[in-house]
Design a protein around this ligand. Structure first.
Ligand SMILES: Cc1cc2nc3c(=O)[nH]c(=O)nc-3n(C[C@H](O)[C@H](O)[C@H](O)COP(=O)(O)OP(=O)(O)OC[C@H]3O[C@@H](n4cnc5c(N)ncnc54)[C@H](O)[C@@H]3O)c2cc1C
Length: 546
C-alpha cells in the first residue's frame, strides 16, 4: 500500500505535467483498465483488469524522470503505455500504479537515409512512419499487431514478429539505440548517442546517424532492458528509440479508393513490378520444403503463412458476407497449408526473374496457386493489407470478438512446422469439445525471418467474448498448450500464459530454458530495488543467490 492517497498523487502529477494532463476520474480509470485480453487474465470474468491510481500524459523525458522518482520515494509504481493497443498494457495491481500514457510524445525525430536509421518517440505508429519512409524509398518492420502499434514499443518492450520479416527483420533485432529512463529515474542513453560531431543542421534535435550501436561494448545492455520478449513496462520507460530501416522499391504513395471497411488499391491495380501470390500445399512436408526454398531464394519481399479462414475474414467486409458468400466460404474451407508471397521489384527484369524462381519452387514442391485468390481484387487487397498492415483486426477479432495466440517460439522452419502439427491437434480437440471458433484447427500464422535464418509459427485461436463457455474454452485450450510444453520441445512461445500471470510462466518455463527466470529476477532486483516499475506483466525482483 502506498503512503500517499489518490488526491495527493493527482496534485503532484498536475504540478509536473500541468492540470490538463493528469486525471483520476473513475470513468477514465475504467478506460485504462480495459484490456483486450482481460478475460483471459480474470478467469473469463471480464475485459476489465486493474484500475490505475492516476493517468498522466507526460510530454518530455524530464517529466517522466520526475514521476519515476516520485514513485520510488512514495512506494508507488509506474507503467508506461504508448498506444495502449498491445497486450499487457494495464496496471499490475489495483490503485497502486500511475499509468504514463506517452501519446504526446509522438514525433519522428530524424531519418538518416544514408545509414537507414530512424529515431522516434513512443507514440509514432508504424502507419505514420511508413508513410514518411515510402517517400524516401525506405521501409520499417511492422509488427503483426498492425499499423496502429508503436514502433518504439515493438523494438524496446515487446517481441517483434511481422508479416514481412523475410525482408525487414525482427523488432528486437532492429533496435539500434534507445533513451531509457531506468526504474530509479536515471536516464541511460544506449547506442553511440552524442559521441560524434553535432549535426550540421541547427534545426535538428537529434542526428540519427549517431544512434547506431545496439549493445555497446561489454555485456549486452539490450539483454538487460529487453531480452527476447521485452519487459512489458517492467523495466522503466523508453522515451526514444533508433530503429534499423530497409529498402522500399515500391511506389512512394499507394493510391487508395473507397472508405473503411471497403477500400483497396485504385481499380485494384497492382503497382508496377509488384504482385501477390497465395499458394497451397496439401502436404506439410512439401510446405516445409517450399518455406526453406522460398526463404533462401531471396526473391520474396513478404513471405508469410496465412490460412484461408483468416484470409476470408480479412477480405470480406462484414460477417454476413463471410458466412454467406460462396467465394469466402470456399476460401475458408479449402484446407491445405498456405503461404502468401509478395514480390516487390526494382524493375521489370528483376520482377520477371523473381516470378520465374517462384514458379519453379511452386512446381518443384507440389504447390498450387490458389485460384480463389488469384483474382485482381483479392491480390490488390492482400497486397495493401500486408504492405500497410491495415486489416489485422478484421482478420482476427471479427469471428467472435475474442482472439489470442499460442505456441510460436523462434527456431528453425522445419521445427516450427512440427510445432504447428501439435498445435493443430490440440486445437482440433478444443474445437470438437466446443467453445472455440471452428477455423479448421490448423491456423498457424508466422514466417521465416532474415532470409530464413530463423522462423516462427504461432497457433491463433478465436472465441466468443459474449459467451462464458467460449471464454472458458479459450482458457482451457491455453492450459492444454502449457501441458504439451511439458511433453514436447516446443520452446517458449507467445501466449503461453495461463491465468496466473507472467511470473508463473517464467517459473514454468525457466527450468527448461537454462533458468533464464533467475537472471531476469536478479536483473530486476538490481535495477529496480524499490520495485517501482510495475512488475505485474514482467517479474518481481529477487537477489541472485549462486
Ligand atoms: C491483434 C494483435 C496482434 C499482435 N500481433 C503481434 C505480432 O504479430 N508481433 C508482435 O510483435 N506483437 C504483436 N502484438 C503485440 C504488439 O507487440 C504490441 O501490440 C505492440 O508492439 C505494442 O505497441 P503499443 O503501442 O500498442 O503498446 P502498448 O499497448 O502501449 O504497450 C505494450 C507493452 O509495452 C509497454 N510499454 C509501452 N510503452 C512503453 C514505453 N514507452 N516504455 C516502456 N514500456 C512501454 C507497456 O507497459 C505494455 O506492457 C499484437 C497485438 C495485437 C493486439
Amino acid at each position: 500500500m502506498s503512503k500517499v492517497d489518490r488526491n495527493e498523487v493527482l496534485t503532484t502529477m498536475r504540478s509536473i505535467v500541468g492540470n490538463k494532463f493528469a486525471n483520476s476520474d473513475d470513468y477514465l480509470l475504467d478506460n485504462y483498465a480495459y484490456q483486450y485480453l482481460g478475460d483471459l487474465a480474470t478467469g473469463g470474468e471480464s475485459k476489465f483488469t486493474n484500475r490505475p491510481i492516476c493517468v498522466v500524459l507526460p510530454s518530455t523525458t524530464d517529466e517522466i524522470v520526475k514521476i519515476v522518482k516520485y514513485c520510488n520515494e512514495n512506494e508507488l509504481q509506474f507503467k508506461a503505455q504508448s498506444t495502449g493497443w498491445g497486450a499487457h498494457n494495464c496496471a499490475g495491481q489495483e490503485d497502486e500504479v500511475i499509468i504514463l500514457d506517452c501519446r504526446r510524445m509522438n514525433k519522428i525525430l530524424d531519418i538518416d537515409t544514408k545509414n537507414m536509421i530512424v529515431v522516434v518517440e513512443p507514440y509514432v505508429i508504424s502507419g505514420q512512419l511508413q508513410t514518411e519512409l515510402f517517400k524516401l524509398g525506405l521501409n520499417c518492420h511492422v509488427a503483426g499487431c498492425g499499423a496502429n502499434g508503436s514502433q518504439l514499443v515493438t523494438v524496446t518492450s515487446m517481441c517483434g514478429q511481422g508479416w514481412t520479416g523475410i525482408s525487414t527483420g525482427f523488432s528486437n533485432r532492429n533496435i539500434i539505440g534507445a533513451e531509457w529512463v531506468m526504474p530509479e529515474g536515471i536516464v541511460c542513453r544506449i547506442g553511440s548517442w552524442g559521441s560524434f560531431k553535432d549535426s550540421e543542421d541547427p534545426e535538428k534535435v537529434i542526428d540519427a546517424s549517431e544512434w547506431f550501436l545496439a549493445d555497446g561494448p561489454g555485456p549486452s545492455i539490450r539483454g538487460v532492458y529487453r531480452g527476447y520478449f521485452g519487459a512489458f513496462g517492467g523495466m522503466g520507460v523508453f522515451t526514444k528509440a533508433s530503429i534499423k530501416l530497409y529498402d522500399w522499391p515500391g511506389p512512394k504513395v499507394l493510391e487508395i479508393q473507397g472508405r473503411s471497411p471497403n477500400y483497396s488499391l485504385v481499380k485494384n491495380k497492382m503497382p508496377e513490378n509488384c504482385d501477390t501470390y497465395h499458394i497451397i500445399w496439401d502436404d506439410w512436408e512439401d510446405f516445409k520444403d517450399a518455406g526453406y526454398l522460398l526463404a533462401y531464394s531471396e526473391i520474396c519481399w513478404g513471405l508469410c503463412r496465412i490460412q484461408g479462414f483468416d484470409m476470408a475474414l480479412a477480405a470480406a467486409s462484414n460477417n454476413t458476407a463471410m458466412y454467406t458468400e460462396k467465394i469466402f466460404q470456399d476460401l475458408a474451407h479449402r484446407g491445405g497449408h498456405e503461404l502468401m508471397v509478395l514480390i516487390v521489384a526494382d524493375n521489370k527484369k528483376e520482377f520477371d526473374y523473381r516470378q520465374k524462381v517462384l514458379n519453379y519452387i511452386v512446381e518443384k514442391t507440389n504447390g498450387e496457386y490458389n485460384p480463389l485468390t488469384q483474382i485482381k481484387p483479392m491480390k490488390a487487397l492482400a497486397f495493401l493489407a500486408i504492405i500497410r498492415q491495415c486489416n489485422t483486426t478484421r482478420g482476427v477479432f471479427r469471428a467472435g470478438g475474442g482472439f489470442h495466440t499460442s505456441l510460436g517460439a523462434l527456431g528453425s522452419w522445419d521445427w516450427c512446422v512440427e510445432g504447428a502439427k501439435i498445435g493443430e491437434r490440440l486445437k482440433q480437440k478444443a474445437i470438437d469439445f466446443g467453445g472455440l471458433v471452428d477455423d479448421g484447427a490448423d491456423n498457424v500464422w508466422g514466417n521465416p525471418y532474415e532470409g530464413g535464418t530463423f522462423s516462427h509459427l504461432e497457433e491463433l485461436f478465436m472465441y466468443d467474448i459474449t459467451d462464458e463457455t467460449s471464454r472458458k474454452a479459450a482458457s482451457h485450450y491455453l492450459d492444454s498448450v502449457i501441458e504439451a510444453n511439458k511433453i514436447y520441445p516446443l520452446g517458449i512461445g507467445l501466449g503461453i500464459g495461463d491465468m496466473e500471470g507472467s511470473a508463473h510462466q517464467c517459473d514454468l518455463f525457466g527450468p527448461i530454458t537454462s533458468n533464464y527466470h533467475t537472471w531476469m529476477k536478479a536483473i530486476k532486483y538490481e535495477f529496480d530495488p524499490n520495485n517501482a516499475s510495475d512488475p505485474g506483466n514482467y517479474t518481481e525482483g529477487k537477489k541472485f543467490e549462486g
